[in-house]
Design a binder for this molecule. Sequence first.
Ligand code: C5P
Length: 289
Amino acid sequence: MLYESANAKINLFLDVTGRRPDGYHTLHSCMQTVGLSDTVSAEILPPKDGRSIRLTCSDSALPCDEKNLAWRAAALFMDETDTVYDLRLHIDKRIPLSAGLGGGSADAAAVLRLLNKNLDKPLSEERLCAIGARLGADVPFCITGGTCRCEGIGDILEPVKTRPDYTVLVAKDGEGVSTPEAFSLLDAKYGNFSDYRSHDTAAIYAALAGGDVRALADCVYNIFEDVILPIRPKARELKEFMEAHGAVCTLMSGSGPSVFGIYTSDARAEVCAATLRQKGIFAVACRTT
Ligand code: C5P
């Protein structure tokens, strides 16, 4: 059996710079992979009766057919490499669904990486990212990982220099958020972004390069907080809980409703995570990776 880790992402910074005629939004985002992950496992077998992809998942809420991004990633990989296999894929799911943590994108990226690695690397990372971009705006970042400045619709990536990793507490409570609906709420608020002035980003990259977690705390930003926190009060409560219990800052990730807190003490993050889990809330303390 072959295994690949599918790490969640958080957005340390997320602003919208415009809206394209096709409805997609141009972004400026600073994305960061974290230790919270799904595991994708695979068997690559010779074909019996033409191409076949069988997907199973530990979470029965997820579709296991072509509606699943991981399934589509496997199909696209075979199309692009002109290969035919009998693929058995399994996703061991730990990243919450519809949470703004990029779980579906991470699984699709892990499938592409796993197949490429174990089939003698027919595709460069650049090609893998181009295939990933056809699956979803966050997939190229999930292929690259680490810390990246992301522009375009999230598909133009530039790795960012960072000093040592730090601890984040990632938590999610309450109903998920649909990304297209979250973007529609932003459009309604900002008039399709015709006059919107996006935020300056120099300070966040300086803080990351200097490894200064407290300076980083002063410049994290997510435009979606304005429209999602009012309709997901549990996300706001999680932020308030973390701020009262040692987080140097908190922010919603992606289009929410997950939130993360940055901690300078691993022990405090662990205690907070345990307290939230006792209340039945999803919470994991992990490192940035
Ligand atoms: O690319 P992905 O399938 O993850 O995007 C889901 C939806 O989010 C898109 O259909 C679009 O409505 C919205 N979106 C957007 N601008 C982006 C990324 C996503 O409007 N940059």
